[in-house]
Design a protein around this ligand. Structure first.
Ligand code: PLP
Length: 281
């Protein structure tokens, strides 16, 4: 593992963040998580475009160009010595005496490159259980902001009830998981929540929709209720960390017969071929 702060590669466990760092004091910043497989970042350009969008949404000027950030990421992967890894990039409004007003300093750029979190094979073979929960987040969930307290609370409530993920519900409609996007499959049609400020535009979500198009599956970006999700033939979660994770149950209700569905498995294979092993172009 390796860290990067203030323009230098550092020992990840020796990094010292100044007390008056705005990420630390206000959560005043944004981030990205990028998966590395066989030393290659997956969907890197898409992640960097989202990073630019998040930055402009909070009126934050990036301290480096996108080309420079790419260079830092590639150098970080090299220096970490890891072939399979997760890159975490965080940009905050910098170090300055605590004051809500924007400081007149350059943004801080922090990065870690660490081994990917192991997801138990059983999760993919049997699916994971989920609960539904009221979405308590703010009105700009399309920004990948450092302010993750509601997401942290939701994930912990799910874990405390023996579930992997909390599926959040706003105004009677499913928004997204605490760190994943949500899909339902009914009568052969794939449904996922449309892109509004209520959800993060997941990079994996978009890649899965591309995979659906590629394999000529029908999909709709439409809102659906928790009841629709529970009655679906199949359901799954997507994120950079998990790719596609089949949902076994929602609030104790089995999805289909509980086992991963055919369309879920086909999409996972198509995603792997298109974006990971790149057997097709
Ligand atoms: N939704 C939320 C709230 C997230 O935090 C994440 C990722 O961590 C996702 C969705 C999935 O996004 P991506 O596929 O870009 O990792």
């Amino acid at each position: 593992s390796i860290g990067f702060f203030n323009g230098e590669f550092i020992d990840i466990y020796k990094a010292v963040i100044p007390i008056e760092e705005r990420g630390h004091q206000f959560g005043d910043g944004i981030y990205e998580v990028i998966k590395i497989i066989d030393s290659k970042p997956i969907l890197l350009d898409e992640h960097l475009i989202r990073l630019e969008n998040s930055a402009s949404s909070i009126l934050l000027e990036l301290p480096y160009t996108i080309i420079e950030i790419k260079g830092i990421i590639m150098e970080g992967i090299h220096q970490s010595g890891l072939k399979n890894a997760e890159v975490y990039v965080q940009i905050t409004r910098g170090v300055s005496p605590r004051n809500h007003l924007f400081p007149d300093v350059s943004a801080s750029f922090t990065m870690t490159v660490k081994p990917s979190k192991e997801i138990p094979a059983q999760y993919y073979l049997q699916g994971i259980s989920t609960i539904t929960l009221r979405d308590e987040r703010w009105a700009n969930c399309h920004v990948k902001s450092l302010n993750l307290l509601p997401n942290v609370m939701a994930k912990q409530i799910a874990a405390n009830s023996g579930s992997f993920e909390a599926i959040q519900v706003r105004d009677g409609k499913v928004t997204e998981g605490s760190s994943t996007n949500v899909f339902a499959v009914n009568n052969g049609i794939i449904y996922t929540t449309p892109l509004t400020s209520n959800i993060l535009p997941g990079i994996t979500r978009q890649a899965i929709l591309q995979a659906a198009k590629y394999t000529q599956m029908k999909y709709l970006e439409e809102n659906f209720t928790p009841e629709f999700l529970k009655e679906a033939d199949e359901a799954f979660l997507t994120s950079t960390s998990v790719d596609i994770l089949p949902i076994r149950s929602v609030d104790g209700k089995l999805i289909g017969n509980g086992n991963p569905g055919r369309i879920t498995l086909e999409l996972h294979q198509a995603f792997q071929r298109l974006y990971v092993t790149r057997e097709v172009n």
